[in-house]
Ligand binder design. Structure first.
Ligand code: KIV
Ligand code: ZN
Length: 522
């Protein structure tokens, strides 16, 4: 496909599983990556960047399996500009019905200095590596990393080399989120006008959100002639993240009058995948986040509610159902049966196999015993809580906490560790501290707590609390989540969930062995 063929269609390239997953703390397990890839494919994403195969054995295996299972989407892997990375990438993606190799090198003065290549040497490296990739795969994407801070003449020169060497997509990354909309559009326009062969390829835009302009920059690039947007669900990604898929897709849908472009995304699937990505990455969506935030369709002020009741269009430019937000809020309770739970979860976008439903039903009943009315948000929290997985090394068996004005606060805890019950009593500065100390005394570790966050799911004193915990050890970061009507129990479970994830990650990469990131120059 070339610029001419796409006309007004914008190709959506999702990099949640690569750029998104590489953001510190957003690690996903193998099965979670497969699940997200399947949801992306089902929602109509054109290209899924499934990972960075050279980075680790785990990344390689995930990309290979996503490739094997892919249905419609092109499956892409990332590779630095060297033959070893490219070969490894090809070995992972070649199982896909439609494979793509994405190779890149930093072309700005600052990035050229890292491998110590002058302009000519770098041009030669680009020629050789794109040619090598093209000899393996007929779908090659090339990116000049930090393109927006690269000298324009040099950028034109290297883009031409990549096209001549066989790249069919040229991605223009704003790696550090530095550009602004008018400049973003101009850069693509200049490349299309000046580079011979530009009309034979597709130009892509890849924006980071450091100045909060990623969505605007991506849309401006489309105006300048780009026909592929690189993005992530919930804007997940390093630092301030990447362009959010839901934002560009909905902007194009809602403002077709001034941006006459379209995507093939089934927008009704947005909410569900947003929730799943938030749950598995441990990166909660901010309440006022555009499109997928909890408040994005909430109209609380009196004036707004009055207007909404008269005519929804008064304050709403899209309908909640356009993004898959169920309009129902039928309350469930302890008398609700399994069929009602299944149908409610389906409305909320969760399709469960019978054995999964059985497990969720048990947890739902436990919740309904403690909480009279179970709302949609309670069920979503239940689904998002880091459930105990069969292979979890640690699970919480029991917890009793003494807290109040008299010190010390005490936690009496039993954990199941590697199949054995172990109990202890620990003290701390408050019930949560005592609880975390109890876990530490039963399972000694060096991980330190980077973040501890609590949110009430609904109103009322019997509301569930969702707790997120981020832990770091030896450069590996993992996030755990849980929900419970007892905040301390939710805290204990989230903490244990994070440790299990850290354990999986360390097991996957080898003790204390750091993974390669795409910032490591070959
Ligand atoms: O931000 C960036 O430059 C990247 C490249 C690897 C495309 O993610
Ligand atoms: Zn990036």
């Amino acid at each position: 496909m070339t610029q001419k063929d796409t006309k007004d269609r914008v190709v959506i390239f999702d990099t949640t599983l690569r750029d998104g997953e590489q953001s510190p703390g957003a690690t996903m397990t193998h099965d979670e990556k497969l699940e997200i890839a399947e949801l992306l494919d089902e929602m109509g994403v054109d290209i899924i960047e499934a990972g960075f195969p050279i980075a680790s054995e785990g990344d390689f295996n995930a990309v290979s399996e996503i490739a094997e299972r892919s249905k419609n989407a092109v499956i892409c892997g990332l590779a630095r500009a060297n033959f070893g990375d490219i070969d490894r990438c090809w070995d992972a993606v070649k199982h896909a019905k439609k494979p793509r190799i994405h190779t890149f090198i930093g072309t700005s003065p600052l990035h050229r200095a890292i491998p110590n290549l002058d302009m000519d040497q770098m041009a030669e490296r680009i020629h050789d590596t794109v040619t090598h990739a093209r000899n393996l795969c007929d779908n090659v994407q090339w990116s000049p990393m930090d393109a927006t801070r690269t000298e324009t003449d040099y950028l034109c020169r290297v883009v031409e080399i990549a096209i001549k060497a066989g790249a069919s997509t040229i991605n223009i990354p704003d790696t550090v989120g530095y550009t602004a909309p008018a400049e973003s559009a101009d850069l693509i326009r200049i490349l299309i006008e000046r580079v011979p062969g530009a009309d034979e390829v597709i130009f892509a835009t890849h924006c980071h959100n450091d100045l909060g302009m990623a969505t605007a920059n991506a849309l401006a690039a489309v105006d300048g002639g780009a026909r592929q947007i690189e993005c992530t669900i919930n804007g997940l990604g390093e630092r301030a993240g990447n362009t959010a898929l839901e934002e560009v897709v909905m902007a194009l849908k809602v403002r077709g009058d001034i941006m006459p472009y379209y995507t093939d995304i089934d927008t009704a699937k947005i909410m569900n995948i947003s929730r799943r990505v938030a749950a598995v990455s441990g990166f909660a969506v901010q309440f006022n986040k555009a499109i997928v935030g909890k408040n994005a369709f909430a109209h609380e002020s009196g004036i707004h509610q009055d207007g909404m009741l008269k005519n929804a269009e008064t304050f709403e430019i899209m309908r909640p159902e356009d993004v898959g937000l169920a309009a129902t809020n039928l309350v469930m309770g302890k008398h609700s049966g399994r069929a009602a739970l299944r149908s409610k979860l389906e409305d909320l976008g969760y399709k469960l196999a019978d054995n999964q439903l059985k497990d969720v039903f048990v947890r739902f009943k436990e919740l309904a015993d403690r909480k009279k009315e179970v709302y949609d948000d309670d069920l979503i929290a239940l689904m998002q809580a880091g459930e105990d997985a069969e292979n979890d090394h640690l699970t919480l068996k029991s917890l009793r906490v003494v807290c109040g004005t008299d010190c010390p606060q005490e936690a009496h805890m039993t954990l199941v560790i590697g199949g054995k019950d172990l109990s202890t009593t620990a003290t701390g500065d408050g019930p949560v501290d005592a609880t975390f100390n109890a876990v530490k005394s039963l399972y000694s570790h060096q991980a330190h707590l980077q973040l501890y966050q609590v949110h009430a799911v609904t109103e009322g004193t019997d509301a569930q609390a969702t707790v997120s915990v981020r832990m770091e050890q030896d450069g590996n970061i993992a996030t755990g989540q849980s929900a419970d009507t007892d905040t301390v129990v939710a805290s204990a479970k989230a903490y244990i969930n994070a440790l299990n994830r850290l354990f999986i990650r360390r097991g996957r990469t080898g003790e204390d062995k750091k993974e390669i990131t795409y910032r490591d120059v070959s």
